[in-house]
Design a protein. Structure first.
Length: 308
């Protein structure tokens, strides 16, 4: 099992599969404003494009802001300093701290510093390794967001926890039958990242539990979800998570904002939530992936609020 190094913050060697990508994600939530946000940077080396995305969603189905544009990839682009389409990423301290700035020139801007609260955890460290259709590898890290979001005349201070990840490899959305990706941080500085991926009918468990001092890989988890009246979008989540130390961590979340993102023949459903980790309150994100046809079929069934 390889160990993450500072070089893993930078670009990785790629093959010629057009689906091969390198992507960086930052997610934060603002419960008092019923708002969630995604900051995403995607590199497609075989298409020679780089694409920043800023998505702000509020309540249920209200896309408050979306910027998503591709540009030609500069010849010497690396991930320690990126400037494209009004988006700027700077690495300040490897595997710990970075800064993001964005300005669309039309009244929406975002700037924050992300500071990890624990070392990054990569999915190759889990017992089953990183699922191939997700990536060759990826790392996850909880941290603090400090900055400001300015949106259509409103200003929102950022001063709280959130999540970032970095993945590289071929992303095969169609091969993934379903996944649940959950990141949660409690007010006392604990964190959980859980991914349950269903591929070929089998469930792989990835992620970690951070207890404020030590980080432990997840072995398995039991999850329960309650759905909205549309029968397809999640509203509450509960999980019992077993880690490598033999400890069980209990996670509960209630979604307060949600958006749907089409991905090839899949639907990504991103939910900002209030979470608790072993009864200590906090916040986080619950992201579910479904085959698009199945997702729409669930809505047409009109089964109402339901558990699986």
């Amino acid at each position: 099992m390889a160990t993450l190094t500072e070089k893993d913050e930078l670009r990785h060697a790629h093959d010629n599969d057009p689906r091969w990508r390198e992507s960086l994600y930052w997610g934060f939530v603002l419960p008092d404003a019923s708002l969630g946000a995604i900051v995403y940077l995607r590199l497609d080396p075989n298409a020679e494009t780089v694409s920043p995305m800023i998505l702000v969603y509020r309540r249920f189905g209200d896309v408050a802001y979306l910027f998503n544009k591709s540009d030609a990839m500069p010849a010497k682009l690396d991930l320690d300093d990126v400037s494209v389409q009004g988006f700027r990423l700077r690495r300040l301290q490897p595997l710990s701290t970075c800064s993001i700035a964005f300005d669309d020139g039309a009244g929406t801007s975002l700037e924050f510093t992300f500071t990890g609260i624990h070392p990054p955890f990569d999915y190759a460290r889990n017992r089953s390794g990183c699922p191939g259709p997700l990536a060759t590898n990826r790392f996850e890290q909880a941290g603090r967001f400090d900055g400001t979001l300015r949106l259509k005349g409103e200003s929102f201070p950022l001063s709280g926890f959130g999540q970032r990840d970095h993945s590289w490899g071929t992303r095969d959305w169609i091969a993934i039958q379903h996944y649940k990706w959950i990141s949660a941080q409690s007010d006392d500085g604990r964190a959980v990242n859980l991914t349950c991926s269903v591929i070929r009918g089998e469930t792989a468990f990835n992620g970690y539990v951070y207890d404020g001092k030590e980080i432990s890989g997840i072995v398995r988890a039991h999850t329960e979800t309650a759905y909205a009246p549309d029968g397809a979008t999640h509203r509450t989540i509960a999980a019992a998570i077993l880690d490598e130390t033999g400890r069980t961590t209990r996670l509960k979340g209630t979604v307060f904002a949600l958006t749907e993102l089409p991905m090839e023949r899949s639907m990504l459903v991103e939910g900002a939530a209030r979470f608790s980790i072993d009864e200590t309150p906090g916040t986080g994100i619950a992201e579910y992936l479904w085959p698009a046809d199945y997702f729409e079929y669930l809505k047409k069934l009109n089964v109402g609020a339901a558990k699986p």
